[in-house]
Design a binder for this molecule. Sequence first.
Ligand SMILES: [Mg+2]
Length: 284
Amino acid sequence: MDPTSTGKTFSNFVLDMDGVLYRGGAPLPGARELLFALRQHGCGVAFMSNNSAPTRRQYLQKLHRMGIEAREGEIIPSSLIAASYLRRKGGSFRLFVIGEAGLREELALANMSIIETPLQQEGVDYVVVGMDREFSYQKMRTAMRYILGGAGFIGTNPDTSFPEETGLSPGAGALIAGIEKATGVPPIILGKPYPEALKLLLALTGFHRETTVMVGDRLDTDIVMAREAGMFSVLVLTGVTQKEFFNDDILGPDMIVHDLWELMEKFRLTKKDGHGGIHPGKEL
Ligand SMILES: [Mg+2]
């Protein structure tokens, strides 16, 4: 699609973080400058990550350390989506959690009680599984027994891997898949690209889909969510997706850029236009 022919103006950017703004602890080229330019143009910004491990404060500190301008209220990790989903179900549930500090903190803030091992006789309402770098056979067995005992099974996000400085590492989706295999029970999966993620994004930001750009590095999460939501989708090739992975069967993004510098060029983020929004560049 040639976005210039639509005459669209974009005023909000939803940015994935891992593989878009940074890889591990290192900022990616143009990340700082992109945020500076978006603020200059008065654009709405949301940072949306499927990684449930860090707390919102840790995400904020990481972005600030890299010189990326961000506010805590703009950060939407899958841990917050899980907490919001359970809160909307209307209870203070008993949970068994496989996950790290970010997930535990968000669930506790939503008044959930987190039951620690060993296995409790009375069971739990839900087993919530996110990224956990201390995942173990024992945790898997406890989750399995609670689920077979009737607990709901929630996965924070579907990502089977995520990029680190040293290469790809297993993501929550891989842990969730193992538990699904063991129990035969399909999980409810939150995070991008699922409806719960989009619902929370729109509720927290008030962004209109048709004036919003989603920038991500994964086709199966970032780009699928953008397409299903009717947002303009941009795939950046600095994360898990390389151009040679494409074939004609995959519904692709609206735009592909090699890095954020190219994104800024295409959206002409170097100077303001008269409408407070951004038009994609003519060279598309
Ligand atoms: Mg990513």
